[in-house]
Design a protein around this ligand. Structure first.
Ligand code: IPM
Ligand code: MG
Length: 358
């Protein structure tokens, strides 16, 4: 089992170190190799996704990824910005299916800005298509407008597009995930305005005929954004495109009060996956030892489950995380009066200790 470890920027190295510590404590036989990515790689070699890093990722069974990005790179040409590393990994590895669970841990129910009764027991799975849509559509660029309200002026454009096979494969992923859960899928689109998303809706409906045991409903993205804060528990599996999924998954993560708790998995059709916390590189708190490593540790659990076929070890990590929360340990982002505030490293150590007790 070969794991590529790509810590990246900001808090990335600190949180990934704790997840590696937890993986090592399992006593399984992993081969782990670390490589630079993002701004760190740009500093070292002039490119955010050096060929050697991409090669390592493609040859591994799974990638454990920290985070990339820092405001100091905002003025670089787009192809050199840290974000291009994660987009390049997704595209080159074909990681089209992104799983972003939003789970409310009962110990953290008061950390949300929503009323406890709205979110207690919340367990949503957002499935975001990750290699298509306006993120990757061509053509894109800048030009001189030759029509519209301001002909002759400078304009920028991106292309939103989806092919039928791209929609079909993510729809299958969503219906199959729903079969293992509460057998409900909400497909989010903007079919009232965008042809791309009328097509999305039509294709998802067509695929649903193969899953008579799963109930499908459709929702416009603006309404979905509203329903997520009005009545989040109405959702179970949510499937949507790349752009809407980016936005809705940030919204959903904050329902739980703790973006520092949420893992994610991005899978291709070969079972390879990239596993990363849902949060970003948080350069403002980097190096202070206060970041929450639990999202990354839980991402390692997803890696064991989805790419390394180690379900028992995945459950062990998840149980250990539950235990440290039940024991009252909290990093600063989830701290509340009456609990014990711990550092990044202390949290990792506590999970390792809890592994022996679960
Ligand atoms: C995410 C991030 C990325 C995205 C950025 C860093 C390119 O926001 O993973 O959600 O937009 O997909
Ligand atoms: Mg995002």
């Amino acid at each position: 089992m070969k794991i590529a470890v790509l810590p990246g920027d900001g808090i990335g190295p600190e949180i990934v170190a704790e997840a590696v510590k937890v993986l090592n404590a399992l006593g399984l036989n992993f081969e782990m190799e670390t490589a630079p990515v993002g701004g760190a790689a740009y500093e070292a070699s002039g490119h955010p996704l050096p060929p050697a890093t991409l090669k390592l990722a493609m040859e591994s069974d799974a990638v454990l990824f920290g985070a990339v990005g820092d405001w100091k790179y905002d003025t670089l040409d787009r192809p050199l910005r840290p974000e291009q590393a994660i987009l390049g990994l997704r595209k080159n590895m074909g990681l089209f299916a992104n799983f972003r669970p939003a789970i409310c841990y009962k110990e953290l129910v008061d950390a949300s800005s929503l009323k406890p009764e709205l979110i207690s027991g919340l367990d949503i799975l957002i499935i975001r298509e990750l290699t298509g849509d306006i993120y990757f559509g061509q053509p894109r660029g800048r030009r001189t407008a030759d029509d519209g309200h301001f002909p002759g002026s400078e304009e920028a454009f991106d292309t939103m597009r989806y092919s039928k096979p791209e929609i079909e494969r993510i729809a299958h992923v969503a219906f199959q995930a729903a079969q293992k859960r509460s057998k409900r899928v909400t497909s989010v689109d903007k079919a009232n305005v965008l042809e791309t998303f009328q097509f999305w809706k039509d294709v998802v409906s067509e695929v649903s005929a193969q899953y008579p045991d799963v109930a499908l409903d459709h929702m416009y993205v603006d309404n979905a954004a509203m329903q997520l804060v009005k009545e989040p528990k109405r959702f179970d599996v949510v499937v949507t495109g790349n752009m809407f999924g980016d936005i809705l998954s940030d919204e959903a993560s904050m329902l739980t009060g703790s973006i520092g708790m949420l893992p994610s998995a991005s899978l291709n059709s070969k079972g390879q996956g990239l596993y990363e916390p849902s949060h970003g590189s948080a350069p403002d708190i980097a190096g202070k030892g206060i970041a929450n490593p639990l999202a990354t540790i839980l991402s390692a659990a997803m890696m064991l489950r989805f790419s390394l076929n180690q379900e028992a070890a995945a459950q062990k990590i998840e149980a250990a995380v539950q235990k440290v929360l039940a024991d009252g340990l909290r990093t600063a982002d989830i701290y509340s009066v009456g609990t014990t505030k711990v550092s990044t490293r202390e949290m990792g150590d506590a999970v390792v200790a809890a592994l022996a007790a679960v």
